[in-house]
Write a protein of this length. Structure first.
Length: 168
């Protein structure tokens, strides 16, 4: 893909950022689960996995969305070539629509909804084990934290601090 430079942070910085997002997300999830469902090991396990799953599924979804964008451009170029246009010129035109080095790849919009979906499931599971706070407050708190995490991931991706796999 045209954005071959990858993250603005470079490979080492990207690894550190991903480690911080992963470990920080695990810590935030466990602390949140301890607050919402004190004494529940199951809730802590769900909290431990929630934000890392948001990161993993969000990155995979972003990669799929960016790849789909590229394939749609190539399919459009092939259709134009079948209609009589020069194939090389059609490919050049479709590739111009892609971001250049230093620009975010398309598809970053997937992070907030993916994170919200994962955190709603996690919030429901924690809410079922939460006797002290109740189901709806646990669901809401987990959903808000997950949505905030998704917005953070999208912001990092749009500003080219986070890159799709293989682009670093």
């Amino acid at each position: 893909m045209p954005n071959s430079k990858g993250s603005r942070l470079g490979p080492t910085g990207l690894c550190l950022l991903l480690g911080l997002l992963l470990l920080g997300g695990m810590g935030v999830g466990v602390v949140l689960a301890k607050i919402l469902a004190p004494g529940s090991a199951f809730a802590q396990l769900v909290g431990l996995a929630m934000l890392p799953l948001c990161l993993a599924i969000g990155m995979s979804s972003w990669y799929a969305a960016a790849s789909t964008h590229v394939w749609n451009g190539l399919a459009e170029a092939m259709c134009q070539a079948f209609a009589g246009k020069d194939f090389d010129q059609a490919v050049d035109e479709s590739m111009r629509a892609l971001p250049f080095e230093g620009e975010a790849l398309p598809g970053t919009y997937v992070f907030p909804p993916v994170s919200l979906a994962v955190s709603l499931i996690a919030g429901g599971l924690v809410g079922l084990t939460s006797a002290s706070t109740g189901f709806l407050p646990a669901l809401g708190a987990m959903a808000l934290v997950g949505l905030g995490y998704g917005v953070l991931l999208r912001s990092l991706a749009r500003s080219c601090y986070l890159s799709i796999p293989g682009a670093a």
